[in-house]
Design a protein around this ligand. Structure first.
Ligand SMILES: Cc1ncc(C[n+]2csc(CCOP(=O)(O)OP(=O)(O)O)c2C)c(N)n1
Length: 334
């Protein structure tokens, strides 16, 4: 899948570029809506974590990366992986445990990796992606390359030790890494603010000398402009940067979580006023894009992804012998 074309950080949003990013957001939302249905139908095993409501961050950051840049993600990683250019058919196969999945069907939703597009891995361990991204950035720096590493993590992850360890190392060695905190206000069922001391993720990053940019993570054009500027600094040797993107997750923590810990009025207010896709559609309408053009984009994604899911469900199961390939430490079958 082609990534949207050349990054732009011009002050005025460009309709054609934003429409490309809008298509990525729709691809993510449709992918996850179908994945949710497949999970509820018993076609996807295990837990799946949806990023519905957070699509603008993945789409806009992803569009500012080159294919050879690398990325680490969280347990909520479908959107980041799609935005980095992974093939949705291979991702559906992965979710459904089939041959031809990005990890041969052995990783599943929480462990999707696709090295062919620089996606080093989603990760079921909160904050574990941070040191991996920094390690990758250190390797890039040692080789003198101009690639960068991007690390997505949640606000909950900033309360874990690897956050400090990773930011400290990145700052000490001025590594080419962009930290992207997707602050959706919750860590599983806990309001993050109720268990976090101090002034929040940005204050912690700044205390280590890493510059922080705060952005409305549900404003597609704003995230695009911020990401373009930060990627340029990181790629140009300016050292690590931190993007604090405020957002909201519309669904429960997992597909099986009814989110009874949240006031329904809070969720409804967010749905009514802060859906990043509806906000992007309104921006595009203001730039002269017709409702028909927006509908065509959405229909294309719905049709393409429905066909991809059907093809994934029609794919064979992995050969039993592949259970022993790509597995560390246990050696080959005797
Ligand atoms: C080390 C570790 N501790 C606890 C968990 C259980 N857990 C899974 S997701 C999650 C919340 C993470 O919140 P955040 O980092 O804000 O990401 P979000 O789910 O909001 O995207 C927790 C506590 C885990 N997977 N790993």
């Amino acid at each position: 899948m082609a990534l949207p074309s050349s990054p732009s950080d011009a002050a005025a949003p460009d309709a054609e570029r934003l429409l490309g990013l809008y298509a990525t957001m729709q691809r993510i939302r449709v992918f996850e809506t179908l994945a949710d249905e497949a999970h509820k139908a018993g076609q996807v095993a295990g837990y799946i974590h949806l990023s519905i409501g957070q699509e603008a961050i993945a789409a806009a950051v992803g569009a500012n990366l080159r294919e050879d840049d690398v990325l680490t993600s969280t347990h909520r990683g479908h959107g980041h992986t799609i935005a980095k250019g992974a093939d949705p058919l291979a991702m559906f196969r992965e979710l459904c445990g089939r041959a031809g999945g990005t990890c041969g069907g052995k990783g599943g939703s929480m462990h999707i990796a696709d090295f062919s597009v620089g996606m080093l891995g989603a990760n079921g361990v909160v904050a574990a992606g941070l040191p991996i991204a920094v390690g990758a950035a250190h390797a890039i720096a040692l080789k003198g390359e101009d690639r960068i590493a991007v690390c997505f993590f949640g606000d909950g992850a900033t309360n874990r030790g690897p956050f400090l360890e990773a930011l400290n190392w990145a700052a000490a060695f001025r590594l080419p890494v962009l930290f992207v905190c997707e602050d959706n206000g919750y860590g599983a069922t806990t309001r993050t603010g109720s268990v976090s001391a101090g002034g929040g993720p940005g204050v912690r990053a700044e205390s280590l000398g890493i510059p922080v940019t705060v952005v409305d993570g549900n404003d597609l054009a704003a995230v695009d402009a911020a990401a373009a500027a930060l990627v340029r600094i990181v790629r140009g040797g300016g050292g690590p940067q931190f993007l604090h993107a405020r957002t909201y997750r519309f669904r429960g923590h997992t597909s099986s979580d009814p989110a009874a810990y949240r006031d329904p009025a809070e969720v409804q207010a967010q749905l009514d006023t802060n859906d990043p896709i509806r906000r992007a559609a309104a921006t595009l309408a203001g730039l002269g894009v017709t409702p028909d053009a927006l509908e065509r984009v959405e229909r294309h994604e719905r049709e393409t992804l429905a066909a991809a899911l059907a093809a994934a469900l029609d794919s064979p199961w992995p050969d039993l012998r592949t259970a022993f390939t790509d597995v560390q430490d246990i050696g080959a079958p005797q």
